[in-house]
Design a binder for this molecule. Structure first.
Ligand SMILES: [Zn+2]
Length: 294
């Protein structure tokens, strides 16, 4: 299989930091949020039909997908949702990132009440660090995505966007403040832009005559984001294939088995140690199927 075609699956844990019932988002809501994340990253979102012509040809399926973990760091069963009653939900900072699971095995997502916006104004819906920023303590304990509960649902693109940062994507206008100067994100097929904040002009070529800006990109702040580009796909996959912040361990066969994403690792283990005294029913069935295939 061509390396570019391999689908990478990333184990995920949600840490819901809550005090009120509303902050304690339900399992169903988190499932809907995960579905939204996967639809967007696999280009299965129905609103790709709204992408401005000229860009639909470079809208990419990243072939990266996300799945709630089924085994926790202690080897116990989990639904991938960790609920913690704590007033730190109101801090909305790295101090709210309670009980991180090992960053080389899971994408940690924390859901909190709010995130202070500082002097920039507006509402901060979430944030994430680039892989290069979370290699060493204390930042290594804060690797992952933090988001506010009101944007954790089946329609918001906050998690889609933040997962881009977590995999080394910058904003399409570059690193500075939005709507100030035309800037570049280091990705060749996303044109220079100032970015768009909660707007959706049908045509914007203000940064270069005749060059339409990619207003539909998930890494813009526009109100009409529906796509990543092939250039961004290359960049996020490079981040996942790099040892930077241990991203390349997340999708390894050994880790997918350790986190319960796939039983394949158990199958291999079973073949190697046939004298195992305890065999779960599920694994037994898998082995049986495997034998029938031979
Ligand atoms: Zn951002």
């Amino acid at each position: 299989m061509n390396a570019a075609e391999q689908v990478y699956t990333i184990p995920v844990v949600f840490h819901v930091i809550y005090v009120t019932a509303a902050q304690n988002v339900s399992d169903a809501t988190i499932a809907a949020q995960m579905n939204r994340l996967n639809l967007d990253w696999r280009k299965q979102n129905s609103d790709t039909t709204n992408i401005l012509s000229g860009f639909n040809a470079i809208a990419a399926d990243t072939k990266i997908q996300f799945e709630l973990a089924k085994i926790d760091p202690n080897g116990n069963c989990t639904n991938g949702i960790d609920r913690i009653y704590s007033h730190k939900t109101y801090l909305g900072s790295d101090q709210s990132k309670l009980n991180p699971w090992p960053k080389d095995k899971y994408l940690n997502v924390w859901v909190v009440d709010n995130i202070p916006s500082g002097t920039s104004g507006g509402i901060t819906l979430g944030y994430a660090y680039f892989p290069s920023a979370t290699q060493y303590a204390p930042y290594s304990n804060w690797d992952g995505i933090i988001m506010i509960y009101s944007t954790c649902n089946g329609s918001s693109r906050t998690l889609t966007h933040e997962a881009g940062h977590w995999l080394n994507l910058n904003h399409v206008w570059g690193g500075g403040e939005i709507n100030v100067a035309c800037g570049d994100d280091g990705v060749t097929d996303t044109p220079e832009t100032k970015g768009h904040f909660s707007t959706c002009p049908s045509i914007d070529s203000s940064c270069a005559p005749g060059v339409l800006q990619n207003i539909n990109n998930y890494m813009d702040y526009s109100s009409c984001t529906y796509m990543f580009t092939y250039g961004q796909k290359d960049r996020v996959r490079a981040a996942l294939e790099s040892s930077m912040s241990q991203r390349n361990n997340l999708w390894s066969a050994a880790n997918l088995a350790a986190t319960g994403i796939t039983p394949a690792g158990q199958l291999v283990l079973l073949k190697q140690t046939l004298q195992l005294t305890e065999i779960s029913f599920a694994v037994e069935v898998q082995l049986h199927i495997q034998e029938q295939l031979h």
